[in-house]
Ligand binder design. Structure first.
Ligand SMILES: Cc1cc2nc3c(=O)[nH]c(=O)nc-3n(C[C@H](O)[C@H](O)[C@H](O)COP(=O)(O)OP(=O)(O)OC[C@H]3O[C@@H](n4cnc5c(N)ncnc54)[C@H](O)[C@@H]3O)c2cc1C
Length: 379
């Protein structure tokens, strides 16, 4: 089905971003996988080319592009080329908007220009060793002092945890449950900020994940994002955008696996004829194509809603649930068509399979997405 949401400026942007990935990221993928992170020079080049936080105001170095389709295009292109290490939407959509949307002018001036240029890579730190799905129970504290917050606690599984230098950190500034949570912008150069060792993962091996430890970190009061105690309400909107962009990437990654497989099954013969000529292959591929197309239409509608200012957290959860589960189904079915070759590192389907497993877990697990959807039906 022909997609109807893009205009010529978006196609030009897509071509430019795809060319960037093909020049700066894809040829270096092996070395990034081996070292466990994407080299910072790629981020600097992305910043120079205008791909980092294009939504930021021009006065802060951005392009002022308040159009979610540009982020959609980047997440799609990252997925379509099978990339899981250089994921600019983590910086652009998942972390930076808390500062550009709710941060005071001084904080924005301090952080956003460096993030737009790629000098400072951003991440978000919510999860703790004992708290993941149930965020309201977090234990990291930010005690109000004279002119600063004293931050103590540990966050884990933090993406960009090794290469990042500005983190949006959720901490308890008072009270129990959701109401006592605030967001703070925390810099890695401050005393008391420590990183744990890079965590070894089954997939997404060029995307660095680490533990962050805060040991009496003095966070200037200007680095409080928005109002104290309102962190959870900011997260509700932010997480909806996070789930939408992650769903877009999941879908595109599934599409990448699908295309790889389509080429393979036409070229490999079994019992004297191509794998693609067997009815089982045709039915499986047709079923996946149908599911991918329907999900695409939903994602495009969601992006239109975001641009209209109607972000719906339940619809974002539907997208995240559907697209991450579909990605799992696609990589599993597709890998089967490769036979033993699909289990070998030299075939991209092997890495796509390993990378896909986590998408049903991070950005809110499938079970949490179902809880949100069920709650919307007052169940
Ligand atoms: C590679 C990677 C990158 C990540 N990046 C980040 C990051 O950048 N920043 C960040 O803050 N976090 C990050 N995370 C953490 C991620 O968001 C959490 O792992 C996720 O939210 C799940 O939390 P948990 O691991 O504590 O699992 P738990 O909350 O312990 O859940 C365990 C299982 O129980 C299920 N479960 C929980 N509650 C219920 C319930 N009420 N009913 C039914 N089932 C339930 C869950 O669905 C899950 O299957 C990352 C994780 C990974 C693996």
């Amino acid at each position: 089905m022909r997609r109807k949401i893009f205009e010529s400026e978006h196609e030009i942007f897509r071509d430019a971003f795809r060319a960037f990935l093909n020049k700066e990221v894809v040829p270096r993928r092996e070395s990034f996988l081996n070292q466990g992170f994407v080299s910072k020079d790629v981020w600097l080049k992305a910043g120079e080319a205008g791909f980092l936080i294009p939504s930021a105001a021009e006065s802060l170095g951005g392009l002022g592009l308040k159009d979610f389709r540009f982020e959609q295009i980047m997440a799609e292109e990252v997925g379509l080329c099978g990339e899981s290490g250089f994921i600019p939407f983590l910086h652009n959509v998942i972390a930076a908007p808390y500062i550009s949307r709710y941060g005071g002018p001084a904080l924005q001036k301090e952080c956003i220009p460096r993030a737009v240029s790629g000098e400072a890579i951003m991440g978000i730190a919510l999860t703790e060793p004992n708290i993941g799905s149930d965020l309201a129970g977090m234990r990291t504290t930010a005690k109000v002092m004279n002119g600063y917050y004293l931050l103590n606690g540990t966050k884990t599984y933090i993406s960009n945890g090794t290469i990042g230098s500005i983190f949006v950190v959720a901490a308890r500034t008072g009270g129990q449950g959701k109401d006592g949570i605030s967001l703070l912008a925390v810099e890695d150069r401050w005393d008391g900020f420590e990183r744990g060792k890079p965590l070894k993962k089954m997939g997404m091996r060029s995307q660095d994940t680490a533990e962050l430890i805060f040991d009496n970190v003095k966070v200037p009061k200007e680095n409080l994002i928005g109002e104290a105690g309102r962190g959870f309400s900011y997260l509700m909107r932010g997480l909806a955008e996070e789930r939408t962009i992650v769903a877009i990437w999941n879908h595109a990654s599934a599409e990448c696996a699908f295309r790889e497989t389509l080429a393979y099954i036409k070229g490999r013969n079994v019992f004297g004829r191509p794998i693609s000529s067997h009815q089982n292959t045709q039915f499986v591929m047709a079923g996946l194509r149908a599911e991918l197309d329907i999900a695409q239409a939903f994602l495009d509608a969601l992006v239109v809603d975001i641009n209209d200012g109607n972000i719906d957290p339940v619809a974002a959860s539907v997208a995240k649930l559907t697209c991450s589960e579909l990605q799992g189904e696609v990589v599993d079915s597709c890998m089967q068509f490769f036979g033993g070759a699909g289990y070998m590192d030299e075939y991209p389907i092997s890495r796509l399979y390993a990378d896909a497993r986590v998408t049903r877990i991070f950005a809110g697990t499938s079970e949490i997405m179902k809880m949100i959807i069920a709650k919307s039906m007052e169940l």
